[in-house]
Structures are given as structure tokens and as C-alpha cells.
Design a protein around this ligand. Sequence first.
Ligand SMILES: NC(=O)c1ccc[n+]([C@@H]2O[C@H](COP(=O)([O-])OP(=O)(O)OC[C@H]3O[C@@H](n4cnc5c(N)ncnc54)[C@H](OP(=O)(O)O)[C@@H]3O)[C@@H](O)[C@H]2O)c1
Length: 338
Amino acid sequence: MKAVALTRYLPITDPESLLDVELPMPAPGPRDLRVKVEAVALNPVDTKVRSPKPQVEHPPRVLGYDAAGVVETLGSEVTGFKPGDAVYYAGDVTRPGSNAQFQLVDERLVALKPASLDFAQSAALPLTAITAWELLFQRMPYAPEGGGVGKTLLVIAGAGGVGSIAIQLAKLAGFEVVATASRAETIDWCWKMGADGVVNHREPLASQLKALGIEHIDAALNFADTALYWQELGELLAPLGHVGLIVEPSAPLNIGDPYKAKCIGIHWEMMFARPRFRTADMGEQGRILARVAELIDAGKLQSTLTETLSPINATNLREAHRRLESGRTIGKLAVQGW
Ligand SMILES: NC(=O)c1ccc[n+]([C@@H]2O[C@H](COP(=O)([O-])OP(=O)(O)OC[C@H]3O[C@@H](n4cnc5c(N)ncnc54)[C@H](OP(=O)(O)O)[C@@H]3O)[C@@H](O)[C@H]2O)c1
């Protein structure tokens, strides 16, 4: 089968950083689906895993996490799917990725894709939707229906892949959502995702929120460097508030006052934790994706896809990685077809 893979971890400007390769067809384990991949979407984790280092991979390592495709073959113990099902998933960072014509994925991490979306639009959703859902509704103490009513939520990096779906999920839960964005295009995108207010993360946040009539926020989701906004968020959060984090801090954090004095809940989300450690509840990720597909098909959520490259090959994936590394993408970027 065709795949895009790496043998060395090189800067993305190097034509050998991602290569077109031929790999043997993988054989499914008992709970695996073998999926014919139709579209993939990019995430910063793709570029972080590929980042330059001396290590060498033999056989070549296939990256790629978000995917949408068609179930081709079932493992011996699969019960939830049949050949021909159109599915979507973010998979497992510890296994070969989605940048291949066929990929193995544990059925518990998979759901039928939204019927109203094409493969590229569907591939744009799983990793970011699982991240935002697990963080807001499973790590933080908010119910998906009504848990945000009467509360103000600040979403830092609102126009990124995670921010775009988090704004929508938070609105569905009833929050008043203020997102952050720093450019005209990203500000417009946050409005489109349903934000009630947009402030600029390159300027002090407190005075901008005050101008919107907001003195304190009940909760914050920081989808950028955790250290960068730590002090500001500690001051902005109301007593008994909650902060959700997904990015490694670039400097040590002081978890004492004002966080301790105000009794603020600090919540980490790592969406690959369930598959990586094969937790007993890893099937929760398939259930989240099934719920997200229902909300999409009911017109309550929209795909966050903004751009699609085609076909899936090393040239287009290098271009997609280059764009992700700029830190300036809006919504999601997908690559489709072989
Ligand atoms: N722990 C997990 O499970 C998990 C899951 C998914 C993602 N992540 C991590 O979360 C981060 C965000 O992921 P993503 O997919 O949303 O990334 P993304 O799509 O690449 O985010 C791009 C957005 O980030 C904004 N941004 C750039 N620098 C910023 C800064 N200094 N402060 C605030 N916003 C800034 C930009 O907005 P402007 O152009 O308007 O400045 C841009 O719209 C990445 O580091 C990713 O690896 C972690």
C-alpha cells in the first residue's frame, strides 16, 4: 500500500522529511478495524512528533492521526462495525498513523462519520473534538447540556483547530463565550464559530474584558502555551473557577496564590491518554465521536475545515506540516484522496 512516512526526523524544508513509500498491508488485531483512509487532517502533534532529532526509523514511521475512511476488514472480535461503514477517528499516537492507504485502529476509538459531511470535513473533527469534549465535560465539571448556563468562559487561541470546536461545544452547553484572536481573519473566524465576544491575546486581557462588562471569568481554556497566560488567568478567574490546559508549559508554573487562595480547579487534558494507556474506558472516545456526529447531522455543530489539499502524498503533507508550523492556521487543514 502507498503511505507517507519518515526515516529521519528533519526540518520540513528538507525534501526527505516526509517520503512517499510502499509498505506491506497491516494485519488487524482482534479489536482492530482495517480502514481504507480517504482523508486525513493535520494537528500540531504531527509536527511535534516529526520535530528534528537524531533518531532513525526502520521500517519507516507513518504519522497522521485524524482520519476518515471506509472499514475494509474486521479483526476477529470486532462487534461494532461492518465492512463498508464510513468512519472517523483520531486513533492512537503509539501506533502507525493515518497517512497510509490502510490503517489499523481499535474499534473503541471509532464512530460512524457524520452523514452530512464529506470525508475531508469529517477528518477535520476527531482529535480536536475529543480534546475539547474531554476537557470541558469530563475533566472540568460542566455538563454538555446546560452546564455553562450563567457562566462566562474565556477560550484562548479561539481560531485554532481546538478553539474552533471548543467555542461551539461551549455555546451548546450554555456558556457566554469570549474567544481570543489577534488577526482580522482569526477574529472573523471566532465570530463565525459562535463566540459572544472576541479579545486580542497580544494585548492585556483584563482591560479588554472590562470593556465588554466582564470583571471575572468563571472558567478558561488555554489552547496556547500554558505559562504565557498563567498569571493573567489566575487574576481573571473568579473564586472557585476552573482552568483547562492542553499545552506543555514553557516555564515552571506557580500553582500557589492566586490559584490556591481562590480555590481554582486546574485540569489537564491529554487526548491520547486513553488510547496510550489503554484505559478501561477508552471506548468513551468512540462514544464522544458518535455524539459529535449526531450534533453535526442535527445542524448544531459545524465542521471546522477551512482548506483541503489533494492528493495525500509527501509533497502535500510537507506543505501541510509547513503551514501548521507557522502557528497561523485557521480552523483545520485536511488532505484527501490518493
Ligand atoms: N493535550 C492535548 O490533548 C492536545 C490536543 C490537541 C492539541 N493540543 C495542543 O494544543 C495547541 C493548540 O492546538 P490547535 O490544533 O488548536 O493549534 P492550531 O490550530 O495550530 O492553532 C492556531 C491558532 O493559535 C493561535 N495562537 C498562536 N500563537 C498564540 C499565542 N501566543 N497565544 C494565543 N493564541 C495563539 C493563532 O491565533 P492568531 O493567529 O489569532 O494569533 C492560531 O489561530 C497545540 O500546541 C497542540 O499541540 C493538545
